[in-house]
Design a protein around this ligand. Structure first.
Ligand code: GLU
Length: 499
């Protein structure tokens, strides 16, 4: 008798994240990992990392390392896996081949599976025929009832068989009880005798996944909607092997802004987790953003920390409809996290970008230099979406002054009004006890009241003289970072330019 899992509040749940290490880890995969992690942590259950590396040609240990690195970066710790070990190992499918063979043989012995010797040409012919008749292409079952002498003849002719599952005709309708989508019913006549073992001696995904999920005591399978169509096949295998069927939850697809499936855009790698890490997105921000890709918190808030997300998360609140990956929203959210984070953390994370831009040359940064860098980054972080933008945002503090249009600048600095503003500013700065952005802003307010010149003449020529630009960070911040000596120097140079 097959039992199906039912939901009870205090039941111990076991979840899994089983990526195939065939490429860099994609936003869609990490969202699946996150939702599994959230449900495991919310329910006090366990999360298993299983590496599905049976595709010998495409699987690669380097990709496995990347997957593990990105999970760690996002703080998605697992309870069992290739590095953690555990009682249900091994956790790489390539190390479980004997286990799959045992179950394959069990199905063969029980006449629930059979060897198929059809060649690719024969299969193509079958598909062709079905297409011409307007039917779904399916395997016609011609190897189902080969006699042992027929099998022997094929084998002697050197044909390597695949193993096909004898899809039972008794199951007319297969119902996937999905925790997100409700009951999804499949007509079993669309299923053919699908392959469970390839001719290279490797199990197929559908076969290995069922055995692993069953032997690893997985209670809930949470994965992308693209796997929903595999689920009826897996249910048939659970039944044939007399395994308990787990609960399923299929997460909505992630679409791009044009409502197309999220994929690599030409010249950009924006779908890989590593690209976000390299560009200086904060893991806390990406975590928050990903959690909202398919899940809507009951209160509809947007900025939620890890603990709040765990507490609020529920599979019931996962949407059925596709989620849209809105990079503008991620940028907004990341910018907010950058501004709200501890400054020392942001400084630490920004230094590599400044080094790469050539703005920091020394191996070790002196504490004086660090103080200055802190001020610069404090200003720079107010204007960025991600930390790789810090060098560009703070360029004016590192490179010499350059006027885009020297002649225009010269004109801008002409006249007694500008001279009055510059001289007053220098005097007022020199009489300050401590230089800080607020004090500088007060000076500008005073000048607006005291000097007989318009507001534009107070701000614009000063900004141009100090930065070479027409716009940029707040004046208080610029002057605070440049320091009085440098400010004096730049203002005097500007006046000389006007002469
Ligand atoms: N290795 C499969 C994948 O990465 C796992 C699918 C599943 O969760 O069953 O798509």
């Amino acid at each position: 008798m097959n039992k199906e899992q039912t939901n009870t509040d205090n039941e111990h749940i076991r979840l899994r994240f089983p990526p195939s290490p065939t490429g860099k880890i994609h936003i869609g995969n990490i969202r699946t990992a996150l939702f599994n992690w959230l449900w495991a942590r919310k329910k006090g259950g366990e999360l298993v990392l299983r590496i599905e590396d049976t595709d010998q040609e495409r699987s690669n240990r380097e990709f496995e390392d990347i997957i593990i690195q990105e999970l760690e970066w996002l703080g998605l710790d697992v309870d069992e896996g290739p590095n953690q070990g555990g009682e249900h190992g091994p956790y790489r499918q390539s190390e479980r081949l004997d286990i799959y063979k045992k179950y394959r043989d069990k199905l063969l012995d029980n006449d629930k599976a059979y060897k198929c010797y059809c060649t690719p040409e024969e299969l193509e012919e079958m598909r062709d025929k079905a297409r011409k008749k307007g039917e779904m292409p399916r395997y016609d079952g011609r190897c189902r009832n080969l006699s042992s002498s027929e099998q022997q003849a094929k084998e002697e002719a050197g044909k390597e068989p695949v193993i096909r599952f004898k899809t039972p005709v008794s199951d007319k309708e297969i119902v996937v009880k999905d925790q997100i989508r409700g009951d999804v019913s499949f007509d079993s006549s669309v299923l053919d005798d699908f392959v469970i073992y390839k001719s290279d001696g490797m199990p197929t995904y559908n076969f290995a996944v069922v055995i692993d999920d069953a032997l690893m005591d997985i209670t809930d399978v949470i994965r992308g909607e693209d796997h929903l169509s595999n689920t009826p096949k897996q249910i048939l295998l659970y039944k044939a092997l007399d395994f308990e069927i787990p609960r399923f939850a299929h997460l909505p697809l992630i679409l791009d802004e044009n409502k197309a499936k999220l994929k690599k855009r030409s010249g950009e790698d924006t779908v890989y987790v590593g690209e976000f890490r390299k560009k200086g997105y904060l893991p806390e921000a990406l975590f928050n953003f990903l959690a909202l890709l398919g899940w809507s918190p009951p209160e509809e808030e947007e900025i939620l920390n890890r603990e709040e997300i765990i507490q609020g998360f529920s599979l019931e609140d996962v949407n059925k409809s596709a989620a849209v990956f809105d990079i503008e929203k991620l940028n907004w959210m990341n910018g907010k996290y950058i501004r709200d984070a501890d400054l020392d953390q942001i400084v630490e994370l920004s230094l590599p970008y400044l080094r790469e831009a050539g703005y920091i040359e020394d191996e070790n940064v002196s504490s004086r230099q660090l103080e200055k860098l802190k001020k610069i980054i404090e200003v720079g972080r107010t204007g960025v979406d991600y930390l790789a933008q810090i060098p560009e945002e703070t360029e004016l503090f590192f490179t010499g002054l350059e006027f885009e249009d020297r002649q225009k600048a010269q004109e801008e600095f002409q006249g007694s009004e500008v001279e009055l503003v510059f001289k007053t500013l220098i005097e007022k700065l020199e009489s300050l006890e401590t230089l800080n952005p607020a004090a500088v802003n007060s000076i500008f307010n005073e000048m607006r009241e005291e000097l007989p010149v318009g507001a534009r003449t107070i701000y614009h020529p000063v900004r141009l003289a100090l930065t070479g630009e027409e716009s940029g960070p707040e004046m208080g911040n610029i002057i605070y970072i440049l320091g009085i000596e440098e400010v004096k120097q730049r203002l005097e140079n500007a006046l000389q330019l006007a002469d």
